[in-house]
Write a protein that binds this ligand. Structure first.
Ligand code: PLP
Length: 452
């Protein structure tokens, strides 16, 4: 086994194709439905908001989808990303486990999200689109799309969940640095935003509301399309560049993971690392695959697997997913990127088929793990990524208690340099483990559309 700390692939080994798990799933993912007719939607239903190339990727069952050369050229600004053996963390924990992490914080926006914002901007540009609208929770997706828009000459308008807009002014500044416009959501610019503000002028916003606003803008303007940073099949597809690289790097290390871990918000960084390993599991490998979510927004562990809207304003198709109900308002937390009522249909299906495990943690225990990680490895994890760090540490401690050696691989989906207020709050003892309101969850689930 290798003695190295970092495993770096040369640029010429950057994958040439994304991997599509839909080619290998024994049972296909249930299709999205039109909310009016209850029938599967077709490309025409999506054409007002997405470019055709993206719609084609949404439904393809091709196993390998070529990464266009201009996208690979941009990827080379930071990819292949490093795989790191967390030797100092292993020592600090006194664990016989070997811990590796794939580090996606090296991208210009500081997370895995440019892996999909760059191809989405590329395909829109190719089809003559001038503007992109989108939503952002904690701001990572907004800044990732702003970055991609600047490279391909597209205007970008970002609806940012109001609580994060106020908590994270530097994320807004980053979007503006890349030339994007950033609006606090709910806003008065859209019907969806105005309707929410009428009912609750103090609304702190949610991803579901911001999605409604961004979709409305795209649907009502010819020059504008919508871009989504997680959840959809094409996003999961683009993120698999992470897992494909990780497999080559684990080979360089002369090791193989027994456990693969990633945090799950909409599910995309999890899909990116895990789907290539699930492919191998379907061929007989036995890797445990674990998705980790916040206890305050426990979609996979407490949600219902049912058809639901992707947004609060009910503008999107119905998708079958683990959901807390599209009107459910998760309590505020610092892991804004994990605060979504639903989960990627592909990840939900994988969970339903028993191809993955899921668990939930409270935010203070995740920050404690993130601080322990930072003091051993130097990198300050994003609050979202801290959920994966916590699970990796827990597994390493379990192996220590059992006196077993196994190999753990987790995705460090981003760094926390724009989230230092969260760390300040944590050190000041001001972080609470917010629990959701069970009666509000029950009410939201009672309103699920009656389909499927
Ligand atoms: C957005 C984000 C997430 C959550 O999104 P997924 O689609 O579940 O990956 C996780 N980590 C970081 C750093 C993010 O920016």
């Amino acid at each position: 086994m290798s003695e190295s700390t970092k495993y770096l692939l040369p640029e010429d080994r950057l994958p040439k194709a994304w991997y599509n798990l839909n080619a290998d799933l024994p049972v296909p993912v249930p299709p999205p439905l039109h909310p009016g007719t209850g029938q599967p939607i077709g490309p025409d239903d999506l054409a007002p908001i997405f470019p055709m190339a993206v719609i084609a990727q949404e439904v393809t069952t091709e196993r390998w989808v070529e990464i266009p050369e201009p996208v690979r050229d941009v990827y080379k600004l930071w990819r292949p990303s490093p795989l790191v053996r967390a030797r100092r963390l292993e020592k600090a924990l006194g664990t016989p486990a070997r811990i590796y992490f794939k580090y996606e914080g090296v991208s210009p926006a500081g997370s895995h999200k440019p892996n999909t914002s760059v191809p989405q901007a590329f395909y829109n540009k190719q089809e003559g689109v001038k503007r992109l609208s989108t939503e952002t929770g904690a701001g990572q997706w907004g800044s990732s799309l702003a970055f991609a828009g600047s490279l391909f000459g597209l205007e970008v308008e970002v609806f940012m969940v109001k609580i994060s807009y106020n908590q994270k002014p530097y994320r807004r500044a980053l979007m503006e640095t890349y030339g994007a416009t950033c609006v606090a959501s709910p806003s008065t610019l859209t019907n969806a935003g105005r309707a929410i503000l009428e009912k609750d002028p103090e609304s702190s916003g949610s991803l579901g509301i911001a999605i409604s606003e961004a979709v409305e803008v795209a649907a009502s303007r010819d020059d504008t399309k919508y871009a989504l940073g997680s959840v959809l099949n094409h996003v999961c597809l683009h993120q698999t560049v992470i897992g494909e690289e990780a497999m080559m790097q684990m080979e360089m290390a002369g090791d193989q993971p027994d456990i693969v871990i990633a945090c799950t918000g909409g599910g995309s960084n999890f899909a990116g690392l895990a789907f290539p390993y699930i492919r191998e599991n379907l061929k007989g490998a036995k890797v445990r695959v674990i998705g980790v979510e916040p206890a305050s927004c426990p979609t996979l562990t407490k949600g219902v697997y049912a058809y639901d809207f992707g947004d609060t304003g009910h503008l999107t198709p119905l998708v079958k997913m683990h959901t807390l109900g599209s009107t459910f308002m998760p309590p505020g937390s610092h892991a804004g990127g994990l605060r979504y009522h639903g989960m990627a249909p592909m990840v939900s299906h994988v969970k339903d088929q028993g191809l993955m495990e899921a668990r939930a943690y409270h935010q203070t225990e995740c920050f404690a793990a993130a601080v322990q990680f930072a003091r051993a490895e130097g990198i300050v994890p994003a609050p979202e990524s801290s959920h994966a760090v916590k699970a990796a540490i827990d597994e390493a401690l379990r192996l220590k208690a059992e006196g077993k050696t196994e190999t753990i691989l987790f995705n460090l989906s981003g760094h926390g340099h724009f989230d230092m207020q969260a760390y300040t709050d944590y050190f000041a003892g001001n972080l609470k483990d917010n629990t959701y309101d069970q009666s509000a969850l029950d009410a939201a689930l009672a309103e699920l559309p009656k389909i499927g």
